[in-house]
Design a protein around this ligand. Sequence first.
Ligand SMILES: Nc1ncnc2c1ncn2[C@@H]1O[C@H](COP(=O)(O)OP(=O)(O)OP(=O)(O)O)[C@@H](O)[C@H]1O
Length: 416
Amino acid sequence: MAEQTPVVTVRNLSKKYCRQLRTSLWYGLRDIAADLWPGPRKPATALRRHEFWSLQDISFELNRGESLAIIGDNGAGKSTLLKLLNGLIKPDAGFVRMRGRVGALIELGVGLDPVLSGRENIFVRAALLGVARAQVLPLLPAIIEFTGLGEAIEMPVQFYSSGMVSRLAFAVAAHLHPDVLLVDEVLAVGDFDFQRKCINHMMGYLAGGGSIILVSHVPHHIQAVCQRGLVLEKGAVAFSGSATEALDYYFAHQQLAPDSASSQAAARELTPLQPVRIEQLIVTSASEQIAPGADLTLHLTYRALHELEGCGWAFFIYTNEGAVCITSGYFPESFSLQAGAHTLSCCLRRSPLTAGEYQLRAAIYQRDTLQPLALLGWEDAPVPLRVEAAASLEKNVQAMVRQLISVEIVWNQQPL
Ligand SMILES: Nc1ncnc2c1ncn2[C@@H]1O[C@H](COP(=O)(O)OP(=O)(O)OP(=O)(O)O)[C@@H](O)[C@H]1O
């Protein structure tokens, strides 16, 4: 079988920046002069005073139909990488080769004319992607429909919120069918409904042979869209593997800054956009040590800003190696989350878990869309669960046999 030609090839890509504006302007002038009068000069890979590597020695390839997540802390170099891929900035070393048309959703406001309406700016954005007005005209109704902006499409974009700009930009890029789509945190400013629409669209686009490079801090967006993940640390590749492995690597290596307590507290404030959070998940059994075959009760405590109808919740039990052992969800029509703090519980009668170490994750979802409203164990550490070996071999064997039959689960909700 013939080998696929990658749509994106990145080799030893490096980009340096200067911390001081005046020095950087001076270096710029010297570089222009050196280009005009060639002679001995420092190699581009050497750092001058006040310079640092924003991105260093990055190599990867992406084939048609593949999707890659770029994961990393603030300042790790993710946006720099996307700008290099899109040709907005030039590398200091290495190269990027892109095949086909590139659709980029980065620096969304850039290139929009603030006094023109959303409708007129559709043509502006399409032009930035290299698509002529005549080609856009037949797609206009579908693009406007996808934005969901209604009458606001006739309003000047200077009055748009960041979410509205993101809707406009995504709708245009989505309908022009680029070969590679570069997406930088666009979904973070859209509401849940629009995020779901974008995720669905990206999944369809991948299935149709498109390729995506997605920068996101949202684990379930990454897991929904991306097959592969690249973790950047201080401009260098720290990990490359499947998207799930990359997320696990990233969260396992994330260091909380000493002053992060206040920012965590702020992040934990409930807002209309994030009206519920999972406070804790604990597992109990009749005895202190959890034995194979014991009845287990999972207690999930949540806090909600107001009553939330149309929800459900689910738990996931994995081995430490990441294999799913038990997962189940509770999504009855009548179920709703109550305002304030409450505990949901779920009893696993005669648990089929054999002796060993496990990890628990939980999620509260919107029932119809399965859009996660709150997660525990993805962005933060999963809850560890240890099942001790039973005293007798016979009980261990009984537990192993039970793994083959379905486990009985009883669900419940109580106020705290
Ligand atoms: N034009 C510039 N001049 C100087 N430094 C820059 C410039 N652009 C980016 N940097 C620096 O390069 C580093 C990487 O920035 P980049 O924006 O790529 O990070 P990021 O991973 O996208 O971060 P975030 O998650 O906050 O968006 C940072 O230290 C940033 O300050």
